[in-house]
Design a protein around this ligand. Structure first.
Ligand SMILES: NC(=O)c1ccc[n+]([C@@H]2O[C@H](COP(=O)([O-])OP(=O)(O)OC[C@H]3O[C@@H](n4cnc5c(N)ncnc54)[C@H](OP(=O)(O)O)[C@@H]3O)[C@@H](O)[C@H]2O)c1
Length: 303
């Protein structure tokens, strides 16, 4: 099969790219011109330089006998001053790809959504993922949607942030940090995304994806702190108080949290992974044992 990947240079996309190649498919990637160097030419991936907001680039990328699109472009944080919003990067980007793919007769799409995607979610991240899911579902293509919880693995964004957090002079803990997370290993996720392309039984299905254990945010934070041998200087804060503070402070780029991220931090991100594991025959990796290997070394933190 000939597969178009968007987001192929990202944390998840890099793994999916390798898996799709390993399955023997031809791979084409829509890559922003400034990011082309992230791909090794020897890998044999056909590169279409372009942005997901460029209609012509999307048409070029989906032209020429593409059998399926795997759409993985997404952002964690908005930078509205630069036009980087959830609406633009999730809904509009997905719409462009679906529209171009439909016009070029592509018949299959795989979309990377997120656990918690729903139209009445407090966070724009989840609301726009839900909107995108609706676009995928109402397209004429055969679709599969994955909704992962937080994905862990070398190169993830979460663990360096946690390492930084526990070393701050004061660590605000909002509503006790009691929200539950179900981290899932990168390689447990990327294989099934690639394999579903040749599994007709996965069409028209949404797979919620989480790891084998549930941990509260505060529990993970203390595990990280213990790894470094530090005791974080925590200050409890209620979300009622934190929300207006974050809403004000998020306009400063250096502030580490946005209101949207806070909304996500306050809600559980858990699921029953059984339909996912049984469909794809996945044995989920434990998270807890892997934490030390995901954290930057002390020298890297100081640098
Ligand atoms: N990581 C997780 O824990 C997690 C959990 C649940 C769901 N997800 C979802 O999984 C997807 C991938 O996440 P990730 O962690 O791999 O993110 P990531 O590492 O930030 O990768 C994002 C990808 O999107 C590309 N991209 C961004 N803007 C683009 C544009 N305008 N045109 C074309 N490509 C563009 C980036 O390309 P450049 O190289 O040019 O920047 C990169 O390849 C996202 O949709 C995310 O919401 C991730």
């Amino acid at each position: 099969m000939k597969i178009l990947l968007t987001g192929a240079t990202g944390f998840v996309g890099s793994g999916v790219r390798r898996e799709v190649r390993a399955q023997g498919h031809e791979v084409r990637a829509l890559v922003r011109p400034g990011s082309v160097a992230k791909l090794d030419a020897r890998e044999g991936v056909e590169i279409i330089p372009g942005d997901v907001h460029d209609t012509q680039a999307c048409l070029r990328a989906t032209d020429g006998g593409i059998d399926a699109v795997v759409h993985m472009v997404g952002i964690r944080r908005e930078i509205p001053q630069e036009g980087i919003t959830y609406e633009a990067m999730h809904t509009e980007a997905l719409y462009n790809i679906v529209d171009a793919a439909s016009r070029n007769g592509v018949e299959r799409i795989v979309f990377l959504s997120s656990l918690g995607a729903r139209s009445d979610a407090p966070s724009g991240y989840h609301r726009t993922k839900a909107e995108s899911e609706e676009i995928v579902k109402s397209s004429k293509m055969r679709w599969t949607i994955f909704r992962p919880s937080i994905i862990f693995g070398p190169g993830d964004e979460f663990h360096p942030l946690m390492a930084d957090l526990v070393h701050r002079p004061i660590v605000p803990v909002i509503d006790g940090g009691k929200a539950l997370l179900q981290p899932v290993a990168h390689h447990n996720v990327v294989g099934p995304i690639a394999r579903c392309l040749t599994m007709p039984e996965t069409q028209g299905k949404i797979f919620e994806v989480g790891g084998p254990e549930r941990h509260t945010f505060i529990d993970i934070m203390y595990k990280v702190a213990r790894h470094y041998g530090v005791w974080p200087n925590t200050v409890g804060l209620s979300s009622r108080l934190a929300k207006p503070m974050v809403k004000f402070a998020q306009r400063f780029r250096s502030f580490p949290l946005t209101l949207d991220e806070l909304h996500m931090l306050l809600e559980d991100s858990v699921c029953d992974p059984l339909p996912f594991t049984s469909t794809f025959g996945v044995k989920l990796d434990s998270y807890e044992d892997k934490i030390p290997s995901l954290l930057p070394r002390m020298q890297e933190l100081a640098a």
